[in-house]
Design a protein around this ligand. Structure first.
Ligand code: Q46
Ligand code: ZN
Ligand code: ZN
Length: 316
């Protein structure tokens, strides 16, 4: 197979796009596509400061690489979750993220959950009765809190994450199967900071297939953690990704059209009344100053304020 641009040997054939490219043209095409989406969805400009949430995985490190190549002012944020999983997941991902930043002379913020709050994600999950299997909900809440806080305190205009098309399509499938209007309203390539204390959030890779991101990381020689977080195994997201992969195998382009049709329906006004209600419901947490959907302390502050299990004598 030949590259459609130059006729050299193609390294990738992207069936949904009916596009085969050689290494050089593929490594140009991915940043060009990303830039197109950044502009189309008005995510951020070259003058704005961008904070990239990096996990040590292929998507977030590649996103950081792409933004720097495009000339954006992009710093990184790594959150150490203290997850081992028998292979030192957090240690490995932190080491590779720090190496990536050091080799390119990039600025990286590191927040260690255990050092900052005295407990790892696993310990918080055990203490708060959210349960072992609910580790991800504790983790998600903690990460969102730290990301928004670090972006605000650092004076960043926008926080970006490496969610790719497969992630977005899986989330959309899950939200659609449950008909969760609140989540559907908030699922977007860019979420404006429409409330004091909120930082704009954007997902520049939301229209790029996971397979293409893996190829990009490989061809750019980016060293990343291959293993998924041990808590991702058996998750709903992985299950929905599997279903969508089956669909995609039969109908190339199915994931992309599922996601794009959703964005078009939203742009056409679907879910608009719920969107207004969502915005009305945001309040400011009196303890940390971050936005929250209910009056009083936010979910993160309430979680961190819970007493240690068994610390109070029975009956008191
Ligand atoms: S890092 Fe955290 Fe994910 Fe691991 S514990 Fe679950 S939420 S799976 S993106
Ligand atoms: Zn070519
Ligand atoms: Zn709070």
């Amino acid at each position: 197979m030949r590259c459609v641009k130059c006729g050299q040997k193609a390294v990738i054939n992207m069936r949904p796009h009916k596009l085969a490219l050689c290494q050089d043209h593929f490594l140009e095409w991915i940043p060009a596509q990303t830039e197109r989406f950044i502009e189309k969805y008005r995510m951020f400009s070259l003058q704005e400061r961008v904070l990239v949430a990096v996990s040590g995985g292929k998507d977030s490190l590649s996103l950081w690489d792409i933004l720097v190549r495009l000339g954006y002012q992009a710093d990184g944020l790594y959150i150490c979750l203290g997850i081992d999983g028998g292979f030192g997941y957090s240690d490995q991902s932190q080491r590779l993220t720090e190496k990536f930043a050091l080799e390119r002379g990039l600025r990286l913020h590191v927040v260690d959950v255990a050092k900052e709050y005295g407990e790892t994600i696993i310990q918080i999950a055990g203490r708060t009765h959210r349960g072992f299997e609910k580790t991800c909900s504790v983790c998600g809440l903690t990460k969102r809190h730290i990301m928004n806080r670090t972006a605000r305190q650092g004076g960043y205009h926008v926080l970006v994450t490496g969610h790719n098309l497969d992630d977005e399509a899986a989330t959309l499938l899950s939200n659609t199967l449950n008909w969760s209007p609140g989540y559907l309203v908030r699922q977007s390539p860019v979420l404006e900071a429409d409330q004091p204390g909120l930082v704009r959030k954007a997902k520049p890779l939301c229209r790029i297939y996971e397979r293409d991101m893996a190829a990009y990381a490989l061809l750019r020689g980016i060293e990343y953690v291959y293993e998924e977080c041990p808590y991702a195994v058996g998750s709903n997201t992985i299950f929905y990704k599997g279903l969508l992969n089956q669909l995609e195998a039969q109908r190339p382009g199915a994931k992309l059209s599922f996601y794009l049709s959703f964005l078009q329906a939203k742009a056409g006004g679907l879910f608009a009344p719920q969107a207004d209600q969502e915005i009305d419901r945001l309040h400011t947490c009196p303890s940390c100053g971050q936005p929250t959907t209910a009056p009083g302390d936010c979910a993160f502050c309430r979680m961190m304020a819970k007493p240690v299990q068994g610390s109070a004598p029975p009956g008191l």
